[in-house]
Design a protein around this ligand. Sequence first.
Ligand code: 6PG
Length: 241
Amino acid sequence: MAQIHRFENPQALAEGAASFLIARGQAAQAGGGVFSLALSGGSTPEATYRVVAEQVGGTALDWGRVRFFWGDERCVPPDDPASNFRMARQALINHLPVPDDHVFRMACEGDPEQGAMDYEATLREQFGELSLPQFDLILLGLGPDGHTASLFPGTKALDSGGRWVLPNFVEKMDAWRMTLSLEVINSAAAVAFLVQGAEKAEVLSRVLEAGDEASPYPAAHIRPASGELHWFVDAAAAAGL
Ligand code: 6PG
């Protein structure tokens, strides 16, 4: 069952989502383990990252026991303005006491197919040879077309064929992306969508109302099997709910 958290404006949303991220991290670390976090691209998560970075000294999270992954990436070099890695590094990771080897960038600017295989191998090293990895928290955005991560409507990566990570050519962008599979996202202990702005209102209500397996919106297929599903939305995005 999805939990919807509504906020008056984007700043309140960013603060609410940042508190949630820290709380999930603390819960994951409570037993002495690491917090595995998959980051999203997009402008909404960026605001959340900036709030987390501002609070870094004041939280009880042990940053040395956080492992940073990505839910998706644009296949561009890491210093490209479009890079999700670059955005998260600038908004968040550069401000944290985190060693480089705890940060697992999705690299697909070379051969996207090889990049996806390499990232899956990295996940298998970090999570073990399980049927599926279980992230503690996966952050996601929602595109106006109903895409999430880099799972775009009608694209090949929606059918994972058992792969954890897929290259995905997105025709309307004429660009390669890399993405976690639907199954990997649905295996997480918690998934949180961060959605703001009036241009998301219509698709948000359609995704939340969809409720059936035939929905054309990839975001409607995010239903963690045994984990929690959270939606952090601002008033403008929630206008149609
Ligand atoms: C990406 C994202 C993507 C994004 C949505 C929403 O790489 O583009 O991971 O899924 O989160 O497009 O983006 P905004 O928050 O900027 O609207």
